[in-house]
Design a protein. Sequence first.
Length: 556
Amino acid sequence: MDIRKINDVLSVSPQVYATDIQQITKAGFRSIICNRPDGEGADQPTFTEIENAARKAGLETSYLPIVAGKVGDADAEKFGAALKSLPGPILAYCRTGTRSATLWSLNQGAIGTPLPDILSVTKTAGYDMSGVVRRIANNGKTPTDQADVSHDIVIIGGGAAGISTAASLLSRAPGLDIAIIDPADIHYYQPGWTMVGGGIFEAEETARTMASLIPKGVKWIKSAVSAFEPENNAVILDGCRVVKYTRLVVAPGLKLNWNGIEGLVETLGRNGVTSNYRYDLAPYTWELVRNMTSGRALFTQPPMPIKCAGAPQKSLYLSGDHWQREGVLKNIDIEFYNAGGVLFGVKEYVPSLMEYIKRYRADLKFSHNLERIDGPSRTAWFRRTDADGNAETVETKFDMIHVVPPQEAPDFIRVSPLADAAGWIDVDQNTLRHQAYENIWSLGDVMNAPNAKTAAAARKQAPVVANNLLYDMGESKSLAHYDGYGSCPLTVERGKIVLAEFGYGGKLLPSFPTFLVDGTKPSYLAWLLKERILPPVYWKGMLKGREWLAQPELVG
């Protein structure tokens, strides 16, 4: 039998036969719900046959027949009532299991279960609920409206990628009908948080109100997205509001999975546990660093992909530099626990970085992934995997630990029809157009092109998407290609940076002549770029549609 678990109470399956009852009983089920009407198929047993066999085995049954394609709102209510009244675990079935999964989904929507959670569970079980997603979002009820609002271009995400794309579009074609969907009140310059954690920037310097940054003439829809209906050119918002579009740009960033490390949430910001990946915690990093005079300091990096892959070690370098300047480095043991197998993914930058690893006497621990942390006891547990795939748990004490959480696409993206098998938006890596839906583009951290997930990458991607969207509208003469450019200014000490710039396949893509800035070597000019130039370029250039050193490559 093909039994698919939904949760501890319910599993669903295709057609059940009397000969299956013994197996169902052995599997621990106590009740069966039939959602398939009698007589639907020539080889289909009647419900009475199933009921008789089930009763002999001591199972309870319920008959709730649903005509294929006609799951009603009242049917979902009855299904929910059956789940409450019957002893569990319960097995529900129809011809394929889809009607049973649909009834469960609608009932869950009615009781307030978050839509992404419902879609994730059913997708894992092998059932696509995209056809009823609007009903699920509408508390399990059939909506009476078709759309609340429509725009020619809808952009999901008001971060660096989304706002930059809107600004680049308007710089090319003023007067476009554009809307940005984002629920946040504050927009952050996230590349600055490493500098906050190093005592160089103040946290407040990295924040602006969203309202002050939305380009003039762009409609701001202050809401969260729940789901997509790409066949209907529709986006479903929380509360089942519907936004229709002619063209869609998806750029919501990614999700920091703080709960992916056991015990982390309970101790963040206390007990020496910090992270520069959160605005309110970066100042705590600096507090820990400047107050530390001896002990063990751990720095972690989870499996890829993560945003700004150099950030985990930037924190190490700035901390080590401070301790060295204060004369206490000799009293501090620095350990870098990296889930990967190399210090940096582009080999040309590794020699310079290794010099600083040696300078700060940092112990590199490759293939170590943080799994659990206990703040009060100052203990961390890592899963170490050797070259043969053998794993062991390594327990380590700490006085300070800088944690980088595992990262993934947001829930509403992972369960959507726009995602690939790994949960990322599926795009052509050159044009950034969706592989299946021709009126959808994506950029930033959420799409699956094999580039570094950095703000510098988004700075290059936004003009490409803007150009190619307008090309699709007949407003641009040539397509543009994205070369995979990403930049990671590695702050190896206060006053010097290794300016890593590279594209697809690790190809070096320097922005400046080598005689001015050799990105493979630590440089003071690169430090000035990071500290003095890039923040105003971000606020006054990138987010305003000024494409300084970011003009797209046109390919004819």
